[in-house]
Design a protein around this ligand. Sequence first.
Ligand code: BGP
Length: 473
Amino acid sequence: MELRKDFLWGGATAANQYEGGYLEGGKGLSIADIERGARHGMKRQIDPDILPGVFYPSHEATDFYHRYKEDIALFAEMGFKCFRMSIGWTRIFPRGDEETPNEEGLKFYDDVFDELLKNNIQPVVTLSHYETPLTLVREYGSWRNRKLVDFFERYALTCFERYKGKVRYWMTFNEINATMILGRNPYHQAGIVFEEGEDQGKTIVQASHHMFVASAKAVIAGHRIDPENRIGCMLLVPQAYAATCAPEDQVAARDKLLALFYYGDAHVRGYYSNTCTAQWKKLGAEPVIEDGDLEIMKAGKVDYIGFSYYFSSIESAKPLEQVEGNVIMGGKNPYLKMTDWGWQIDPVGLRVTLNMLYDRYQVPLFIVENGMGARDTVEADGSIHDPYRIDYLRQHIEEMIKAVEIDDVDLIGYTPWGCIDVVSAGTGEMRKRYGFIYVDRHDDDTGDFSRSRKDSFFWYKKVIASNGKDLSD
Ligand code: BGP
């Protein structure tokens, strides 16, 4: 199989890390607005609100809100076929529980989509990318409360109706399986703040159940409103290998992937598989399932899987030296190099992942995040040389193409993360950059937000123009 002729090359962002304008246009606060990166998330659970005198890079972020025309022109110059972004839920429903949406917020995205389409770029839209309305967390207890299903359904419906004919590719919840990865993630993903002594496993399966029903209802409504809509889930893949050939290590590697399959099965198969029920036993908790929920999950199966892939780790039944990764840590692999932030670089793991997901689910896949966070240096003449980024992406694209051409995996597109510099989700920093486009914005609140093209910008432009055939410098 060849890479599709209409392969969706592009780039990915999220509103809370890119837009800024966090109080403009009638927008309400989301959980991201009071966080300074997920690593501060745990602390945020006890902080009352935005801390006075503290700098939150995400509040202005890299200012897509005011500069979208300039940025979209740069994406068009690179030849983007698509652009992944999220709609800030609190731009549309500032509290989350209103009956009617905020027209100014709706209009903003109308303008953005029109500008993209004018430039022949297809929007790919995530409905909830770590941006649950803060009011829903504070007044309703977030996703542990069944009411959020209705609030999300209303929000999704509003978007499908308003942007009918403009947006075709949607995703419901970003990296939804992060909800089951404990630590800072239940808050960062799903706005869950645990109470003292709360049964955390029970809360997680219940909140996840509500999200499955909400996602399925959105899929059903989205298909009804426009049969052209393609609505996916979005999963984080913490690819894992057995540390040795000891069979117990193979079991440990599979265990690492269980949360991924839990959410994949519910979304794609549309039912709670044995993988899911086994997790319930492990957690000692089952969700309360209302009449009709299972039918909704079945009728609202997703059309494709969007996923993020950044790294892999090794797992063992015995303790291993741990290294950082996207959202979740893992064992250090002596065969792999690491990024400056300690994430192990494993291009072959992307091919392994594409095969693993396609074997299991047999629905089209979409790589909606991949990339390498790195520090960039601006030279005296204004140029930015980022051969490390080009190497990382080239090697991953090579493996992606093998998965399509050799293994016949059905792949819709590829949108590397942070195609323009954005604020890091994990650390809240600006200096961790992923972009082809540099933004003059820094962690000490300096910078004029001006944009410049990195070397990778020109390289990626060639890659897109040749549909992945020319990966040379
Ligand atoms: C994923 C998120 C993104 C993004 C990316 C890179 O988990 O979906 O929002 O930020 O990881 O992570 P970081 O920003 O921590 O480097």
